[in-house]
Design a protein around this ligand. Structure first.
Ligand code: AMP
Length: 138
């Protein structure tokens, strides 16, 4: 059976935040969960993605995190993929577009998030499986 994003994405407890949250509160949630990205959701719909890169950029511009809202610093309408997509295509998109996270959406519902780290692990699994198939060992 083909390997899909479902096999490697984080499906449990994806960190979601609202667009009106301050950058300080978003940073606290992200660091508390030890993740580099939060999916921005409004009215049950994914409206953006906010990552550590956006936070860094905002702070670098002199923004005060306690006084700024996620909606003004997130990337709206992020690239998303369905869970039956091939990990290799997700990796190609991340490489071309220069970001490290893709929310996974099935039928309009957020079902997971895949990061470049997950895809490195996917690639290792695929190559390990290939190596086993190709070896002389049973
Ligand atoms: P990252 O490398 O994921 O930390 O993100 C780098 C930049 O790309 C940040 O400005 C993010 O908001 C943006 N970004 C991250 N993921 C996506 C995505 N799936 N679609 C569009 N932009 C994204």
């Amino acid at each position: 059976m083909a390997v899909t994003l479902k096999d490697f994405m984080t499906a449990e407890d994806v960190l979601t935040i609202e667009p009106g949250l301050t950058l300080a509160a978003a940073a606290e949630s992200m660091s508390g969960r030890n993740v580099g990205a939060a999916v921005v959701v409004e009215g049950g719909r994914v409206v953006g993605i906010f990552t550590e890169r956006d936070l860094l950029r905002a702070v670098g511009r002199g923004t005060t995190p306690a006084d700024a809202a996620v909606r003004d610093h997130m990337t709206p309408d992020p690239v998303t993929l369905p869970s039956d997509h091939a990990p290799s295509e997700a990796a190609a998109i991340m490489s071309e577009r220069r970001f490290r996270h893709i929310p996974v959406i099935d039928g309009g519902e957020l079902v997971g998030i895949v990061s470049i780290r997950d895809l490195i692990s996917a690639d290792l699994h695929i190559h390990t499986a290939d190596a086993h198939v190709g070896s002389d060992f049973p």
